[in-house]
Design a protein around this ligand. Structure first.
Ligand code: AP5
Length: 218
């Protein structure tokens, strides 16, 4: 039976940081909806051009577009054993679409770790985040700095600050999260799938808690 895990949490909670580590440990494909949009933006595809305005304003890309994109990604052969989903689903409509899709394959979401972090901490995290241009590796100038400032430890590529990490956009992303995504906390709690993890702890401790929650949920 393939394994599907959904990482839930506000912008800057550490979903991408943890997904990078956990996907390697579990040998599970990491699917980040934000990374797929950014990749399309870089290549200036139609999807990238469509997503750009929503992303720059800190709004969600429309459900039908996002659901179609993730459905296509999950159908690829490298997802035969399942996937670690980061940033999807983000609305009840997306969560229902995912459940239907998986039911069609006689599968389901096994566990939803919810990384909780207060808003004040999120702003500090996002304003100090640096991302690798080649593969999206994530750093923080204070909490997780690269060995050489501006250069990715893993692949030597340039680090950049995301356009949507500007203060005004961050505020909007947090507001949008509270309005449109936070209902998923109850949605998954009601299904007995939610595992709450304190995301304010150091990165390695958050990883340990997440791994324990995932092993319990499987
Ligand atoms: P997306 O890229 O998914 O952004 P997000 O969910 O807002 O999450 P982030 O990537 O900002 O944060 P994160 O939780 O991954 O934190 P990270 O690990 O980087 O989405 C971007 C946009 O795309 C959306 O706004 C929307 O427009 C669109 N989109 C994407 N998915 C969509 C969907 N499903 N539907 C519609 N639209 C969609 O960590 C943050 C920083 O903190 C880093 O610097 C890191 O080093 C540091 N850090 C991490 N953990 C710790 C720790 N424990 N202690 C100290 N520092 C830490």
């Amino acid at each position: 039976m393939p394994t599907y895990i959904v990482l839930l949490g506000p912008p800057g909670a550490g979903k991408g940081t943890q997904a990078e580590i956990i996907s390697e440990t579990l040998q599970l494909v990491h699917i980040s909806s934000g990374d797929i949009f950014r990749e399309n933006l870089k290549k200036q595809t139609e999807l990238g051009k469509l997503a750009q305005g929503f992303m720059n304003r800190g709004e969600l890309v429309p459900d039908d577009v996002t659901i179609g994109m993730i459905a296509e990604r999950l159908r690829r052969p490298d997802c035969a054993n399942g996937a670690l989903l980061d940033g999807f689903p983000r609305t009840p409509a997306q969560a229902n679409a995912l459940a239907e899709m998986l039911a069609g394959w006689k599968a389901r979401v096994q566990c939803v770790p919810y990384i909780y972090v207060p808003a004040q901490v999120l702003i500090e995290r996002l304003s100090g985040r640096w991302t690798c241009r080649a593969q999206g590796h994530i750093y923080h100038e204070k909490f997780n700095p690269p060995v050489t400032a501006g250069i990715c430890d893993d692949d030597g590529s340039e680090l950049y600050q995301r356009e949507d990490d500007k203060p005004a956009t961050v505020e909007n992303r947090i507001r949008v999260y509270l309005e449109q995504t936070s209902p998923l906390i109850e949605y998954y709690r009601n299904q007995g799938l939610l595992a709450e993890v304190d995301g304010t702890l150091p990165i390695n401790q958050v990883t340990e808690l997440l791994m324990a929650a995932i092993q319990k949920g499987q």
